[in-house]
Write a protein that binds this ligand. Structure first.
Ligand SMILES: Cc1cc2nc3c(=O)[nH]c(=O)nc-3n(C[C@H](O)[C@H](O)[C@H](O)COP(=O)(O)OP(=O)(O)OC[C@H]3O[C@@H](n4cnc5c(N)ncnc54)[C@H](O)[C@@H]3O)c2cc1C
Length: 184
C-alpha cells in the first residue's frame, strides 16, 4: 500500500513519552521532519493524579491543551493509529491516512483493563467508585463521594507496575483518616 503522507520520524502517541521524545529529537535535529500522531486535544499529567486523590489538587489542574505541548517543528496529526505495518514502514490511521516513515516511535501508553475487577467497567467515576488511573474517575479526597461507606480495594500488582508507590500513599492516607477497616 503506498503511503499518502511521509515523515522521516513518526511518533505514535502524544503522552509524556511521545512528547518527550518529540521534544528531544526536534531540539537535536537541525531540520526535523517529525509527525506526532495523537487523537486527543487534551494532555493529562498523570503523576498529579496521586495528589488529586490525596486532596491536594483539583483534577482540572492535571488537564492541559495538547496543542501547547507540541514542540516547535513537529507536525501534529490529530488522528489515531489503527494499524502498524512495519514491513512497509507505514502506519494506517483511524481516518484512513497512510503515513510512511523512516523511523517509528510507538508510545500509545497502556490500556487499563477495568474488566479485571468485576463491576468496575463503566462505573469508575460514579457510585462512589474512583480511581487514580483515570482522569474521569478522579475524586478529590474530602469530596462527598469520599465518605460513601463500603470496602475500598487497593490492588497491589504481583509484578512491577506503574504507581504502586501512589497506591501505598493512598493506603497510608486512608489509614491516617481512619477510612480503611482492617478487613478492607
Ligand atoms: C496516579 C499516577 C501517578 C504517577 N506518578 C508518577 C511519578 O511520580 N513519576 C513518574 O515517573 N511516573 C508517574 N506515573 C506514570 C506516568 O504518568 C506514566 O508512566 C506516563 O504518563 C506514561 O506516559 P506515556 O506517554 O507512555 O502514556 P500516556 O501518558 O498514557 O500517553 C499515551 C498517549 O497515547 C495516545 N494514544 C493511545 N492510543 C493511540 C493510538 N492508537 N494512536 C495514537 N495515539 C494513541 C493517548 O491518547 C495518549 O495521549 C504516574 C501515573 C499515574 C496514573
Amino acid at each position: 500500500m503506498p503511503a499518502n503522507l511521509h515523515h522521516r520520524i513518526v511518533i505514535v502517541g502524544g503522552g509524556t513519552a511521545g512528547l518527550t521524545v518529540a521534544a528531544r529529537l526536534a531540539r537535536q535535529l537541525g531540520r526535523p521532519d517529525i509527525a506526532l500522531i495523537e487523537p486527543s486535544d487534551r494532555h493529562y499529567y498523570q503523576p498529579l493524579w496521586t495528589l488529586v486523590g490525596a486532596g491536594v489538587f483539583p483534577k482540572e489542574a492535571s488537564e492541559r491543551n495538547q496543542a501547547d505541548f507540541i514542540p516547535t517543528g513537529v507536525t501534529w496529526l490529530r488522528d489515531a493509529v489503527a494499524e502498524l505495518r512495519p514491513d512497509e514502514n507505514l502506519v494506517v490511521t483511524r481516518e484512513g491516512r497512510t503515513v510512511g516513515y523512516d523511523f517509528l516511535v510507538v508510545a500509545p501508553g497502556i490500556q487499563v483493563d477495568w474488566d479485571a475487577i468485576e463491576g468496575l467497567k463503566g462505573n469508575v467515576g460514579s457510585h462512589g467508585i474512583c480511581s487514580n488511573y483515570d482522569h474521569a474517575g478522579q475524586v478529590r479526597r474530602g469530596a462527598p463521594e469520599d465518605h460513601v461507606p463500603g470496602r475500598r480495594p487497593f490492588p497491589q500488582l504481583g509484578r512491577p507496575g506503574r504507581v504502586s508507590g501512589g497506591l501505598r500513599l493512598g493506603d497510608r492516607l486512608d489509614l491516617r483518616g481512619g477510612a480503611v477497616r482492617p478487613d478492607a
